[in-house]
Design a protein around this ligand. Structure first.
Ligand code: SAM
Ligand code: SF4
Length: 343
C-alpha cells in the first residue's frame, strides 16, 4: 500500500487488548481507568479477518501489542492463524514480560517470530514503583525463557525518563555488551499520562553521552530526517518519498561498540522525527484503524468484510498525515492513551 505521500505502508501494529496488570506512570493512570472488557473488543475471528485484509493489501509485518497482549485469551490460536497468512514475513509481539516465563515456549510453538520486552530500569524497587506493582525478576525469567524457547535478536525497550532512569543508561545499554540483544531507548512522548510529565523528557542523545564508546552501526541519515520536519517549502510528497527510499527500514538509529555482542537503538520521535520514513498503521482492539499514532483520526473497520473492508483500509491509509505535531508544548492529538493503541 502507498499513502498519499508515496510512503510504503507494510507494517501493522495490532492491539489485542486494552487491559494491563501494570500501570506504568507514563502510560496508564494510577486509579481506575477505561479498559474495555476483551469480550466487547474484537473477537479472534475479527482480529484474524482484519489482519488478513491488511496482509492481502501488502502488510508484511505484524506486531501484536496492547495493553498487555499476554493477558489476551486465545492469543496462541490467534498467533497460529496469523502465522499462516500467505505473504506475512514477520509476526512480532511487545510485552511487559510479567507472564513471559510461562508463555515464551507456547508463543514460539504457535509461530511467533520476534519479541520486544519493555524494561525501563534494572532496579527492582524502582521497577515496582514505576510500573506500580511489576516484578523485575519475572521480566528476567521471561527473557531467559524466551531465549531457551529459541527467540533470537531479543529487543529490550526502555523509555528514557529524566529523574527516574537517567542514572542507569550505561547499565541498561551494557546489557548488549555480553548478550546479543538490541537495547532500544525510546523518548517519552506526550501522550496519555506521559503528556503530564514534561519534566521527565530526556533526549535520546543522552545515551551517547552516557556510553561514549558507542559507534553508529547503520547510517540513519539524520540529515533527511531533519529535512522532513523543516522543509515547509518543498513538496512534501517528494521529500517524504525520497526519505523512505533512502533510509534503512526501522525507526531506530543503531549503535554498537567494539567487542559488544548486541546493539543499542535510539528511537527519537521527539528530537529526530522519523515520520518521513513511517511505514505503519495501527488497529485498536476495538477494530479502529489509526493511520497515525498521534492523530485523532480513526476509521472503524468492525462489521466490514471482503472488498468493503479492503476499501476502508485503503481509504484510511490515504488519510495518513505527513507527520505528527508533537513538541515540548504540543501534546499528542490522539484521543486515546497508549494502552488503548499499543505504542
Ligand atoms: N504492555 C506492553 C509493553 O509494555 O511492552 C505493550 C504495550 S505498551 C503501550 C508498548 C510500548 O509503549 C512500551 O514499550 C511502553 O514503554 C511504550 N510507551 C507507553 N507510553 C509511552 C509514552 N508516553 N512515551 C513513550 N513510550 C511509551
Ligand atoms: Fe501496561 Fe505496557 Fe502501558 Fe506499562 S507500558 S502500563 S506494561 S500497557
Amino acid at each position: 500500500m502507498l499513502d498519499s505521500y508515496g510512503r510504503t505502508i507494510d507494517y501493522l501494529r495490532l492491539s489485542v487488548t486494552e487491559r494491563c496488570q501494570l500501570r506504568c506512570a507514563y502510560c496508564m493512570p494510577e486509579g481506575p481507568c477505561r479498559t474495555g472488557d476483551d469480550a466487547a473488543l474484537c473477537s479472534l475471528d475479527e482480529l484474524t479477518e482484519l489482519a488478513a485484509a491488511c496482509v492481502a493489501l501488502g502488510v508484511k509485518k505484524i506486531r501484536l501489542t496492547g495493553g498487555e497482549p499476554l493477558l489476551r485469551a486465545e492469543l496462541l490460536p490467534l498467533i497460529e492463524r496469523l502465522r499462516a497468512l500467505p505473504g506475512l514475513e514477520e509476526l512480532a509481539l511487545t510485552t511487559n514480560g510479567q507472564r513471559l516465563a510461562e508463555l515464551a515456549a507456547p508463543l514460539r510453538a504457535a509461530g511467533l517470530d520476534r519479541l520486544n520486552v519493555s524494561l525501563d530500569t534494572l532496579r527492582p524497587a524502582r521497577y515496582r514503583a514505576l510500573t506500580r506493582g511489576g516484578e523485575l525478576d519475572r521480566v528476567f525469567a521471561g527473557i531467559a525463557a524466551a531465549e531457551a524457547a529459541g527467540f533470537r535478536d531479543l529487543r529490550l525497550n526502555a523509555v528514557l525518563l529524566k529523574g527516574v532512569n537517567d542514572d542507569e543508561l550505561a547499565e541498561l545499554a551494557g546489557l548488549a555488551r555480553t548478550r546479543p540483544w538490541s537495547v532500544r531507548f525510546i523518548e517519552l512522548m506526550p501522550i496519555g499520562p506521559g503528556a503530564a510529565m514534561p519534566e521527565a523528557f530526556l533526549p535520546a542523545d543522552a545515551v551517547l553521552e552516557a556510553v561514549p564508546e558507542l559507534r553508529e552501526l547503520q547510517n540513519a541519515k539524520g540529515s533527511f530526517q531533519r529535512e522532513a520536519t523543516e522543509d515547509g517549502g518543498t513538496d512534501p510528497s517528494t521529500s517524504l518519498r525520497s526519505a523512505q527510499d533512502d533510509r534503512p527500514r526501522g525507526v531506530a538509529r543503531l549503535y554498537t561498540a567494539p567487542g559488544w555482542a548486541g546493539t543499542v537503538g535510539l528511537i527519537a520521535p521527539m528530537s529526530a522525527c522519523f515520520c518521513a520514513a513511517c511505514s505503519r498503521i495501527r488497529i485498536t482492539a476495538d477494530g479502529r484503524l489509526k493511520p497515525c499514532l498521534h492523530s485523532s483520526e480513526e476509521y472503524p473497520l468492525r462489521g466490514l468484510h471482503g472488498d468493503d473492508l479492503k476499501a476502508a483500509i485503503l481509504a484510511a491509509v490515504q488519510r495518513k498525515p505527513a507527520r505528527h505535531h508533537l513538541s515540548g508544548s504540543n501534546a499528542s492529538e490522539s484521543a486515546r492513551p497508549m494502552n488503548e493503541i499499543g505504542g
